[in-house]
Design a protein around this ligand. Structure first.
Ligand code: ATP
Ligand code: MG
Length: 342
């Protein structure tokens, strides 16, 4: 069946990305809640039609680790894309609240004296491996479960649909209260990719070194599926730390950040993680694409074998992380109210 706008009841915004807004909606004929992504594109009808046709292969992307696709349509110059609503949101917004102990509550605004900051920066010359302090982050057993789903999802896309994801990062890893972890926003439409491409090289790049090189030289893409493996490794470290793994001083400077990724040593998991976890991440974060592990190797690695043999209470973790996130949100709103009234 084809979805149309007049079948949808619109609810709140779920988030904003570089290209548009994602809203919660209700599909009235079926009573199914959905997430609707609006992508504004200045394109002619023919190109918009081509995108809608290309998106159609998403109907074949049915796997437990892939967010279900319900349909797409366009109105004027906007593409609307309807997918499964994931009621715990994306990992970037959960990772900071993942740890249970009160001492690990996320640091909303890191506090440090200017001397401390200057000292810290001096301890991080450009070529040393930086992983940073954990500001929250996901416990190892949950991390293993999350990345196992990601690898299975990526392997499915590659083996069954012959596509690479191209945009692996925590905002594209969605979670629900059942404890399921699914990937979204993978590149199926060449036309859509082309239309979006220009605007993106923002801060917090998850691109592999070879991909940064190829995009900055503007040559035809030479990267392959192993570039996704790098992004997977970087996302794993981010979820473990609770923040993006490259040093903060590179956040505001795209050039410094890309230089660090291309020329610096790759970041790694902090020492408090097990040897297996650290080795698994290191196998993703090899600078040379041909040195990186394949999905099969990653699934057969002791880190994920151990995961498959143990019970992890994912619904429980999701519930606690969501509750902590709500408390932090309320606290923030309370502070803002106090700030306004004083
Ligand atoms: P980018 O624009 O670079 O892809 P992004 O992934 O953050 O960044 P969007 O894909 O537009 O941007 O998504 C915005 C936010 O909406 C996400 O960060 C996520 O929290 C939320 N979101 C997206 N899809 C869903 C979904 N199916 N269910 C629930 N929340 C979603
Ligand atoms: Mg996204």
């Amino acid at each position: 069946f084809a979805i149309t706008m007049d079948q949808l009841q619109l609810y709140e915004d779920l988030g904003k990305g570089n290209y548009g807004t994602v809203k919660k909606v209700l599909h009235k004929p079926t009573n199914v809640p959905m997430a609707m992504k609006e992508i504004r594109l200045e394109l002619d009808q023919a190109k918009l039609n081509a995108i809608i046709m290309e998106l159609d292969i998403l109907h074949r992307a049915v796997a437990p680790e892939i967010v279900e696709f319900y349909g797409a349509f366009f109105i004027e110059s906007c593409v609307y894309y309807c997918m499964e609503y994931m009621d715990a949101g994306s990992m970037d917004k959960l990772q900071a609240y993942g740890r249970d102990s009160p001492s690990s509550t996320p640091v909303a605004t890191p506090t440090a004296s200017t001397e401390e900051l200057a000292g810290a920066l001096q301890l991080t010359p450009p070529n040393t491996i930086y992983s940073g302090k954990r500001t929250g982050g996901v416990p190892e057993e949950v991390l293993a479960r999350v990345v196992a789903s990601m690898v299975r999802g990526l392997k499915f896309l590659k083996d069954e649909l012959q596509i690479m994801h191209r945009d692996v990062k925590p905002t594209n890893v969605l979670v629900n209260r059942k404890g399921e972890v699914k990937l979204c926003d993978f590149g199926v439409s060449g036309q859509l990719e082309k239309s979006l491409a220009k605007t993106n090289i923002g801060c917090q790049s998850y691109m592999a070194p070879e991909r940064i090189r190829s995009e900055s030289l503007n040559t035809s893409p030479t990267y392959t599926v192993s570039s996704d493996v790098w992004s997977l490794g970087l996302s794993t470290i981010e979820m473990a730390l609770g923040h993006y793994p490259y040093p903060p001083e590179t956040y505001s400077n795209v050039f410094a950040q890309l230089t660090a990724i291309v020329h610096g040593d790759p970041p790694q998991l902090p020492e408090e993680f097990s040897e297996n976890a650290r080795d698994w991440v290191a196998r993703c974060m090899m600078k040379r694409p041909e040195d990186r592990a394949t999905y099969k190797e990653l699934l057969e690695h002791p880190f994920l074998l151990e995961d498959s043999q143990r019970e992890v209470d994912m619904p429980g973790w999701v519930a606690r992380a969501c509750a902590a996130r709500e408390r932090a949100q309320q606290e923030k709103e309370r502070q803002e109210m106090l700030g306004e009234s004083s």
